[in-house]
Ligand binder design. Structure first.
Ligand SMILES: Nc1nc2c(ncn2[C@@H]2O[C@H](COP(=O)(O)OP(=O)(O)OP(=O)(O)O)[C@@H](O)[C@H]2O)c(=O)[nH]1
Ligand SMILES: [Mg+2]
Length: 295
């Protein structure tokens, strides 16, 4: 056993241990978080069909006998319309610093566009793997056309996958391992994420809300746990307008009730979740509100 004593790690590793940081970047909604979950075969990040679901860097640590890969899921990079949008882009870009590999995720079912090109320009060509996701949604001819289009970026590698069905995911993972260099264990082997339980509950509440509400509302919702006195958990839901409060609560509280039930199913038995809806006008534009929610 080598004892790698670098500043960040003194965890013993076997000979030939490889490790590295791998960032998932791309436009909103292309399936970055779904891919993160596919690598782990379990839910590490929340997912929704609404863009800008991921709002902070989500790390997933995948450890095997001779490897450790730290995946960094990021918010989708987009043209920002609010301070929240700008902060999400900054978070995604910041993650690219000191990274060993980038998985640049694009969709098979929409043409490579301005948004993808804008992101591609800032990626390190030699460290980037282009991942063509959602191939389950298109015919094989279309996959070839898309790969051809993507070739304009001159990245060294291209992987067609479906994060939903798992097709191509283990091949991609195998390939990532071939690209990593000998290195330490950054995290203990039983650690899969670096966020707190209360962050996770707030995320689950937001995920459930995203699946319940219509297009315009998702951006206006923020969640955070304000009290954790197990089994009692109090989670605050912030919206921007009074009219949105009604939608989030639902007729006779049915939306909130459903959200609570669905979240509880994903927690240890016995959890009691109290959901409180608050209105804070235009919170997406206020630095202090964003700070409070960790965005
Ligand atoms: N059919 C299909 N749908 C997918 C696939 N991957 C992701 N999706 C769907 O695409 C939508 C967006 O997925 P996310 O993983 O939340 O996308 P994201 O890139 O993390 O989005 P942001 O966090 O908003 O940037 C969800 O409805 C997923 O179920 C895939 O391989 N096939
Ligand atoms: Mg995401």
């Amino acid at each position: 056993m080598d004892d790698i004593t670098e500043s960040h790690s003194t965890i013993k590793v076997p000979d030939g241990h490889i490790s590295g940081f791998v960032s998932l970047v791309g436009r909103p909604n292309v399936g970055k978080s779904t891919l993160l979950n596919a690598f782990f075969e379990k839910k590490i990040a929340i997912v929704s069909d609404k863009p800008q679901t991921t709002r902070t860097e989500i790390r997933g640590v995948l450890t095997g006998p001779k490897f450790q890969i730290v995946f960094c899921d990021t918010p989708g990079i987009h043209k920002p319309r609010t301070l929240l949008g700008t902060r999400l882009n900054d978070t995604a870009r910041f993650t690219l610093k000191e990274i060993d590999l980038v998985l640049f995720v694009v969709e098979a079912d929409s043409s490579i566009g301005k948004g993808d090109r804008f992101i591609a320009e800032s990626l390190p060509v030699e460290k980037t793997i282009l991942v063509l996701n959602k191939i389950d949604k298109v015919k094989s001819g279309r996959i070839l056309t898309q790969l051809n289009e993507a070739a304009e970026f001159s990245f060294a590698e291209y992987f067609p996958i479906s994060a939903s069905t798992g097709e191509g995911v283990s091949e991609l993972l195998g390939h990532i391992k071939t690209k990593l260099l000998p290195g330490p264990r950054y995290f203990p082997e039983n650690m899969e994420t670096d966020f707190s339980e209360s962050f996770w509950v707030a995320e689950l509440v937001r995920e459930q809300l995203l699946s319940e509400v219509r297009e315009e509302l998702p951006h206006s919702i923020a969640t955070r746990v304000t009290e954790w006195d197990w089994p009692r958990i109090r989670c605050e839901i912030l919206v921007e307008r009074n009219s949105q409060k009604g939608i989030v609560i639902g007729h006779k509280g049915e939306v909130l009730k459903k959200v609570g039930t669905e979240v509880r199913k994903q927690l240890e038995d016995g959890a009691f979740i109290e959901l409180v809806v608050k209105v804070e006008k235009d919170w997406q534009k206020h630095p202090r509100s964003l700070d409070r929610f960790g965005y």
